[in-house]
Design a protein around this ligand. Structure first.
Ligand code: HEC
Length: 306
């Protein structure tokens, strides 16, 4: 449930004394790399449009409260932040609704895409407060690694809108640092299958954009949590065909300590979608294009200082 509440005095003055602590925390988390953490950037097709500081958010948008499920713990959590639609309107004006997708850029290399239709159909919040306090509670991932989801975490109402859980375009990017409007044909010229590809392969590409490209690159295009999957050698060339779908469906059934998340357990036609994705990967193995020289994520390049 999204509800309005007033900005507390504490949240407005927070930037004055809260950020140094948070930035120090980032320094510790990022192994000493200075990271700018005081706002969000907005980009359109690769070009910078503007940056909005937390202070400006506080002045312009109203603070909302959302009680929903924390997807990492499965427990009920109370978040505060700004309505995602208000935020996109503030950053881009109305034009974001006419783009193919909004790319969310996270500090850790995660880059999910979401369509305007999906964003408008559900209730998302760019959260930066939890349990009435500034900042978001860190959580434990895998065996011991602590993750701070701040500065912003896009969270969704799943109590009043359970459909958000099964919408294939819904993602929950944490460590959000910016958003970009993208046209899919321009964003993925190297990862797109050839124009004469079969329907199965085209479906596989769409499913790859929904579920995989946020963490993986194909021919150099995509997110940076997992490895490149096509260049110079495609995974379909060194994985035995029977094991690839098993790994995609349930990574830990193949690699005990895999860091990959299994493909949505609840999704309809799960096996057929995985087959389509593998068909797409097989076709891309015959369409290798050398990445254009950028080996680090744009995020890190942008947020590192010498
Ligand atoms: C949240 C990030 C994330 C998502 C989403 C994700 N992966 Fe991964 N993937 C990883 C990571 C991290 C690895 C590294 C290996 C490991 O930890 O098992 C990996 C490994 C792989 C590998 C093995 C690569 C190799 O060289 O052996 C394949 C194949 C793969 N992923 C395919 C996919 C497909 C297909 C999808 C979409 C259905 C997907 N992944 C979604 C993070 C992700």
């Amino acid at each position: 449930m999204l509800s309005d509440s007033k900005w507390s005095a504490a949240s407005v003055v927070f930037p004055l004394y809260g950020w140094p602590g948070l930035i120090l925390f980032f320094l510790l988390l990022s192994g000493g790399l200075p990271v700018r953490a005081d706002g969000l950037f907005f980009r359109v097709e690769g070009d910078a449009l503007k940056e909005v500081s937390r202070e400006e958010l506080a002045r312009t948008l109203s603070l909302k409260t959302l009680v929903t499920e924390n997807p990492t713990t499965g427990k009920k959590a109370t978040y505060q932040g700004v309505d995602l639609i208000d935020l996109l309107n503030l950053g881009f004006g109305d034009r974001w609704k006419r783009y193919d997708a909004v790319k969310f850029v996270s500090r850790d290399g995660y880059q999910p895409l979401m369509t305007p239709k999906t964003i408008l159909a559900h209730r998302g919040l760019a959260a930066f407060r939890e349990d009435g306090r500034d900042g978001l509670n860190p959580f434990q991932r895998g065996r011991g690694e602590m993750v701070d989801p701040g500065p912003f975490w896009v969270v969704w109402d799943v109590f009043e809108d359970p459909a958000a859980k099964s919408d294939p375009w819904v993602s929950w990017p944490w460590q959000l640092v910016g958003m970009e409007l993208v046209r899919l044909d321009l964003e993925f010229p190297r990862a797109a299958p050839p124009a004469d590809a079969s329907e199965e392969v085209k479906r596989g590409f769409t499913a790859f954009l929904q579920h995989c490209v946020k963490c993986h690159r194909i021919n150099g295009e995509g997110g940076d949590i997992g490895p490149e999957l096509n260049y110079p050698v495609s995974v379909t060339e060194y994985w035995q065909p029977a094991w690839l779908p098993k790994f995609i469906a349930d990574p830990r059934s193949v690699k005990w300590n895999s860091k990959m998340v299994g493909f949505y357990p609840g999704v309809q036609n799960r096996e057929a979608i995985i087959r389509d994705i593998v068909a797409y990967l097989n076709v891309m193995a015959r369409h290798k294009i050398e990445p254009n020289g950028m080996s680090q994520s744009e995020v890190r390049l942008r947020f590192e200082t010498q």
